[in-house]
Write a protein that binds this ligand. Structure first.
Ligand SMILES: [Zn+2]
Length: 255
């Protein structure tokens, strides 16, 4: 093969040999959109890990269960989400080895009876790492450079919409406290000044399926990405970057 990849990997800076799709192609199956890509080494190509399908399933299975339970009218999901579920459904069985969903509480109190199921991934599928990689690929795309000052493994990755097995509540009261705590942190983060991110070009990602925003702090040089998957799952990734990266990202979002 011709050495078309003289670029550094978007995540570790080693020589790239493939392209990482940000987010993975799997997420847009059935949608006529283009992709954002970044040069990648094998290790940091999420497609090669085989986890993309598990993560897409973990996001969609609870929505699918909800659709099955209530039908389309009661808790209307956007047409694009219903389409994404339809496309992904045949893979749910295969993904079951890595992604499963169950109700948050076996006997939920009335106030929580409306909760969607909660997904779990096996420990080998590192959702935090996956979201960090997505962020890193977007940073590369936005700056066209690898920033060695960003320590991606230490970037904070947090979601108000993901319940870890270890924080699974034992009772309805616990569940309410957990949601309150997550809601408070989310409310604080939402007060930051968010700027629209960008999308695939020329055919953009369907915003119902994926979109992102950035908050850029020039002093100290910090950046927060806010990702939204399937119009429901918000993930924040917070990291320090070089002055040049911060400047380039600022220019990218105003243009
Ligand atoms: Zn790499």
């Amino acid at each position: 093969m011709k050495s078309k990849h003289k670029n550094p990997c978007y995540y570790c800076g080693a020589q790239a040999c493939s392209n990482e799709h940000a987010p993975p192609k799997q997420m847009f199956k059935g949608f006529p959109c283009d992709s954002i890509t970044a040069p990648s080494c094998d290790e940091h190509n999420s497609e090669k890990s085989g986890d993309d399908q598990a993560i897409v399933s973990a996001f969609l299975i609870p929505l699918h269960n909800r659709l099955e339970q209530y039908g389309q009218d009661e808790h209307s999901l956007e047409a694009n989400i219903v389409k994404a579920i339809d496309v992904a459904k045949p893979s749910f069985v295969r993904a079951k080895r890595k992604a499963t969903s169950r109700p948050l509480l076996s006997a939920p109190p009335k106030v929580l009876s409306d909760l969607p199921d909660v997904s779990y991934l096996v420990p080998s599928v590192d959702l935090r790492a996956w979201v960090r990689q997505l962020t890193a690929a977007l940073v590369f795309d936005g700056t066209l450079a690898f920033d060695p000052t960003i320590i991606w493994n230490e970037a904070i990755a947090w979601s108000p919409d993901w319940i870890w097995e270890t924080e699974r509540p034992a009772s309805g009261e616990d569940a309410i406290l957990l949601f309150e705590k997550k809601g408070e942190i989310k409310a604080q983060l939402e007060q930051f000044s968010w700027q629209d991110g960008w999308s695939a070009h020329p055919r953009a990602y369907p915003p119902d399926i994926y979109e992102f925003w950035l908050c850029i702090e020039p002093e100290p040089q910090e950046v927060i990405f806010k990702h939204k998957f399937y119009n429901r799952y918000t993930w924040y990734v917070w990291f320090s970057a070089s002055q040049e990266t911060v400047l380039k990202l600022s220019n990218k979002v105003v243009s």
